[in-house]
Design a protein around this ligand. Sequence first.
Ligand code: HEC
Ligand code: HEC
Length: 512
Amino acid sequence: MRQYSLRMLVVVSLLCFPSIWLPAQKDPGVRGGLPVAGQPVPHPQPLPGLQVNDAKLFLEGLQRAGELESTCDSCATSATGAAFPVTGQGEIDPIFPQFHTNSNGLGARFNAEQCLLCHMQPALGGSAGFIVPNPGEPTPMQPENPMFRLVPKRFGRLNVTPAFEEQFGPVREVRFKFNPDGSRDGGVHQIYTIRGDITDPTIPNCAITQPDFAAEAAKNNLAFRIPLQMFGLGLIDSIQDREILAHHAATAQLRAELGITGHPNRSPNDGTISRFGWKAQNKSVQMFVAEAYNVEQGVDNDLFPQAMEEDPACNGTDKPHPNDSVRIDTDDLRGQGFDNPLHVMADWVVFAFFSRFIDVPHPVDNPSPSAQHGRTLFNDVGCSLCHTPAMQTFANNAEPALADKTANLFSDLLVHHMGAGLADNIIQGNAGPDEFRTTPLWGIGTRIFFLHDGRTQDLLKAIQAHASPASPPDPRTKTPAYPASEANAVIERFQRLSVPDKQAILDFLRSL
Ligand code: HEC
Ligand code: HEC
């Protein structure tokens, strides 16, 4: 009798307080671990089966994305094809490649001077990660957020690191929600300036200063975004609108039962579906990279011909505008290697070859039984109603490596109301203040930070953050009323799963 009641007690306790008895589910962490000082950043692979010339363009694009941008050609800190000078080896830095190809034109305001600084986890072309702040020096420091001290201080620049760039936090870029007059802003405000740059003698009177981020933060006016990866973007670029809409239509009934709607963001003039960026705000890879060049590095180009900061005192005397355009120089006098067909094209054109021809993320070869079980549960609880497991690319794509391919992207490429908890109060096209594109989950196993603002490193928290009740407007912060998150019913089902089942979903995600 006594034994029996003891057993009952155990059973009752397990039912009521399972966490006391069982280890809780836990995100297994970044697959492959965090970057280690002194270890090279792996190079990305091109898509298998690329045409020969496209494979060459991919490599040219990788080099251009690795260019450490200087403020003008005559101020370049490295010569064509040469190493970042601190290595002194006359070859590419093996730890973190920094090339100089084509022209230079870092803008007066910028976020970073190199695409790959924000796109190198777990390999060049990925999302952001940590890198050593003293590249090339004999005793490398522990890898950290490159926006913390490498970018702001490089070449004597007089920047102050804002509080939101933490040493071991995510690379963040910042948008302002409102203008001082109360109208909506929504655009990116570049964090750093070139003031004080010792490599450019033509800007002694440059006096621009950084925005007052502390004051904007106090007004709750900042909205953050972390970098997305480039892996597999060529496939996403090659999916027809009708494929996206057909997948959406196929789940109409199941979605209706769970309160999930979702709709496309669209390009305002031709009306086709835009799909890149956290709010699916951008139409194509080509458009994204040209815009990134101007927004992240301040390099104006044929597609974005006006500089984001036009102050003449900070734009120097040796920098044509638009800075990055197709070059037809007849000689190589300035050592830029333009007498080479691959170098004629502008960077903004060539970046797109890199981003379109880079390989897809690869899941683990042999997923554990738990990860396999998690894949089934991911469908059963309804995650896959937004995170569509696969779509097919257009059969007649001009590049065979992109034609009729299955993209295992885990996204419907549509935007959804996610409620007050995730809302950033930024509107982009048809994506409202609490709407986000279902983030593609391929490659998530090797990512460090999650959600649009990088608020967590824990997959479990990222999942739980999908849930939000409806909330009223707040006139003080000009916050609109938000509907409940479309994901609420699915997250409730997830929360009701047993600990091993929740663990299975986490294991599945880390296998991607
Ligand atoms: C300071 C960091 C930073 C730098 C430098 C940077 N990016 Fe990004 N990148 C981001 C962020 C943040 C996003 C997400 C932006 C958004 O959706 O609002 C992004 C998104 C992208 C995307 C879209 C990915 C997707 O899945 O939709 C592409 C493509 C891209 N970047 C290419 C580039 C290229 C090419 C360069 C160099 C010209 C570059 N980036 C430089 C931070 C950076
Ligand atoms: C209603 C649509 C919807 C449902 C249902 C949904 N998600 Fe999401 N998911 C999103 C959106 C939208 C985002 C981006 C939110 C943001 O960044 O603010 C996202 C982001 C994520 C992220 C972070 C991705 C990144 O790169 O940072 C993970 C992980 C994730 N979802 C997993 C899940 C899992 C697991 C489930 C099921 C339990 C699920 N989601 C259900 C729409 C959905």
